[in-house]
Design a protein around this ligand. Sequence first.
Ligand code: NAD
Length: 455
Amino acid sequence: MEQMLASMRSYFQSGATQSLSFRKTQLLRLRDAIIAHEEALYIALYQDLKKGKEECWVTENGFVISELNATISNLEAWLEPTPVPTNLLNLPSSSRIEKEPLGVVLIIGPWNYPFQLLFTPLIGAIAAGNCVVLKPSEFASATEQVMKDIIVSCFAPEYILYMSGDGASVIPAMMQSFVFDHVFYTGSTAVGRLIYKMAAENLVPVTLELGGKSPCVVESDANIEIAAKRIVMTKFSNAGQMCVAPDYVLVHASKKDALVKAMRKRIEQYFGALPEESENYGKIINEKQFDRVSAYLSQGKILYGGRVNRNILFIEPTLLEEVSLDASIMRDEIFGPILPIFSFETKEQALQIIQRHPNPLAFYVFTASGSVEKGWLKAVPCGGACVNNASWHLTNHNLPFGGRGFSGTGAYHGKFSIETFSHKKAVMKTPTWFDPALKYPPLKGKLKLFKWIIR
Ligand code: NAD
């Protein structure tokens, strides 16, 4: 492994990955391979998570193709140096910020959107001119094999290396034997902390895309039918195994009954009376996650759902009330299809609950009022937010996607991915035709002049 990583460093240092045409060719090659593997991806994602083709297109392969298309069309513009003004002291120099590739970077993916969350950062890393080690999650094993086929069919291992295996052993082994130029990690906060510590040993910069408890507020003036439709759609997509899923709902007391009624209706409309038989409803990834999530079912009063079948890793879309804030369901990220619902009379009551988990990855508020919207957005620092919507902000590549604090550090998507995988190099160019004695010693007697120029 050490030899492989060293050969990646040499390949990077040869400058082979730097030209615009090289980067564009690799992105086009990647797009062709993803298209060629479309059916294989559908089969694998169904096997791992019971995702239907349509859901795959929106959240996995189609998502990645759309990111690739945007990057390919804008690559030249996004890589252009940014000219900036030069201050009086340095005139007539000119100044610019160049985007310099970082080198050999490590991208670590999770299992819930195994394809999207490994390949979207890969696009940014290639576009920015880096060599990449890709470490997929070991838990989405069918998708892991197809991703490997795609990468091996496109790229030489000294350029893009696909490294499978148990994360707890493979990742420390790599990070301890090789100094990466950047680590981009998506996954749980607990493992993110370990990655951050290992990176710190060698002062390696990181992007951490973590999880957390994303709150969803439904105000008294919200359009309840729309709120129910959109919350249910996002929360139960991929059987709730989504980093930006509404973790719990805080609804104004005057609208709780109406919201619950509307949500029940939508769950049945989307997934039918037997969601385990629905093509639109996913499964839990494995027994370990099934046991963890299904244990939450006893921590409140079930308003809807609650059925499980461990043999097929099925947990029914479930609405819970009367949940204690100290129960583990309200301490951990739920990451499954169970939605606790709390009602509030005042904004302060709702904020007290939200502030138990500061800086969520996402925050959602449903309201008809611009000033209520503003008030909530100011009150809840978070990675990203939606108003009258849930999770769709991450599908717009013109917006940066990332968390803050416990939900992560750094962001990506579209041109923000190129920024993440580039160093912003400051360049000043000074002409030789003008060279006043002012800056050179002896400096004595120039204080008044300096005070005029530097202020
Ligand atoms: P995880 O932390 O178990 O695993 C993620 C990656 O870390 C895998 O590739 C795994 O091999 C590796 N890993 C596991 N243990 C390790 C260890 N001890 N040392 C080094 N590497 C190790 O995360 P997960 O369960 O795959 O994903 C679920 C979590 O990810 C949830 O918390 C979710 O919110 C979060 N998530 C965040 C985003 C985001 O974009 N912010 C997206 C998806 C998931």
